[in-house]
Design a protein around this ligand. Structure first.
Ligand SMILES: [Zn+2]
Length: 70
């Protein structure tokens, strides 16, 4: 029992939240996380941040793979 509450505590951390699905809901649809809130009221902002971070990481990874250094 105690293990579960610990798990949820760590999940509420901003850095390690649930990962958004590939197909995101519309702004006025129910959020994918099952909170019962509209997407725009729930994960919309977080998903934007998540996707932006992901894009930045991908760009950085591409740069790191480039044969030209400096
Ligand atoms: Zn949500």
């Amino acid at each position: 029992m105690g293990m579960f509450s610990r798990f949820f505590k760590s999940e509420s951390n901003d850095n390690s939240g649930p990962i958004p699905p590939e197909v995101l809901p519309l702004r006025n649809d129910m959020c994918w996380c099952g909170s019962g809130l509209k997407y725009k009221k729930c994960h919309l902002d977080k998903d934007q941040v998540y996707l932006e971070n992901k894009r930045q990481k991908e760009l950085a990874a591409k740069k790191a793979c480039s044969p030209v250094y400096g």
